[in-house]
Design a protein around this ligand. Structure first.
Ligand SMILES: NC(=O)c1ccc[n+]([C@@H]2O[C@H](COP(=O)([O-])OP(=O)(O)OC[C@H]3O[C@@H](n4cnc5c(N)ncnc54)[C@H](OP(=O)(O)O)[C@@H]3O)[C@@H](O)[C@H]2O)c1
Length: 246
């Protein structure tokens, strides 16, 4: 599963914790050149030290700002003269029932989970088109395939990621660019820390404590898709903990 990984330049958006950080560990071990973006720069530099990456490859990035995402991708190209993969992974999941009118949470999910992915695409696409190669990996969710009470806006953002990915896949075929939508089930990360409603947070945490699997499950999916030969375009991966029904 580490074929075609060594030397690849991979921008990880949302690399400061959870799935992004674990993927950075796996990729660095396999010889990829990772460039790390997120808001918590101190977490990124600690990760860079842990995996032996220069601090030049750490860029404080808020995905809500397209210019910051462009600066992250530009850094990768400045350092390594190309970008092979962008992992559009930044996201948050402040669940609540719609009737609680948590409009700030809704807007934040739309800004980060949808617009953040679009900003990553906008930053990487011109380089990948010029190279006539590249792989764009957008992180959706099981919630991008279903909808449940209390998770409506999150689900809507993750459905949007799937739609964007599938449309992008069709549009970029002439340029030799590959597009993957990666949809995890419950994986143990910091995702459940940002739920603002106490009762909802408790329910989700209890669910994660019972079912969530470690983040290396996700990292292995990324490496699997990346390790395919250039002519193989893995477009969808949906995985759950074996014990997770919904
Ligand atoms: N864990 C799961 O069960 C699960 C299941 C399905 C899908 N997902 C998806 O997986 C992705 C990663 O989440 P995770 O589970 O690894 O949770 P996490 O540990 O909370 O990580 C979220 C990452 O997103 C970054 N992020 C959030 N807002 C950002 C912003 N405005 N600008 C830049 N980066 C931002 C965070 O960095 P900063 O806070 O430092 O900016 C962090 O690196 C998300 O898209 C999530 O929806 C997770």
């Amino acid at each position: 599963m580490t074929d075609n990984i060594e030397g690849k330049v991979v921008v990880i958006v949302g690399a400061s914790s959870g799935l992004g950080a674990e993927t950075a560990r796996h990729l660095a071990k396999a010889g990829a050149k990772v460039v790390l973006g997120a808001r918590r720069v101190e977490r990124l530099t600690a990760l860079a030290d842990e995996i032996g990456v220069s601090h030049d490859a750490v860029v404080q990035t808020d995905v809500v700002d397209a210019a910051q995402v462009k600066a992250l991708v530009d850094r990768a190209v400045e350092l390594h003269a190309r970008i092979d993969v962008i992992l559009n992974n930044a996201g948050l999941m402040p669940h609540s029932p719609l009737e609680r009118l948590k409009i700030d949470d809704w807007n934040q999910m739309i800004d980060v989970n949808i617009k953040g992915v679009l900003h990553g695409i906008a930053a990487a696409l011109p380089y990948m088109q010029a190279q006539k190669s590249g792989q764009i990996i957008n992180v959706s969710s099981v919630a991008g395939h279903t909808v449940r009470p209390g998770g409506v806006v999150y689900s809507a953002t993750k459905h949007a990621v799937r739609v964007i990915s599938e449309g992008l896949r069709q549009e970029v075929k002439p340029h030799g660019i590959r597009v993957l939508t990666l949809s995890p089930g419950a994986v143990a990360t910091e995702l459940t820390d940002h739920i603002t409603e106490a009762d909802v947070a408790k329910g989700i945490r209890d669910f994660y404590e019972e079912y969530a699997i470690p983040a290396d499950s996700f990292a292995r999916c990324v490496l699997f898709a990346m390790s395919q030969p250039e002519e193989v375009d893995i477009n969808e991966i949906l995985f759950r903990p074996t014990s997770q029904q919904l």
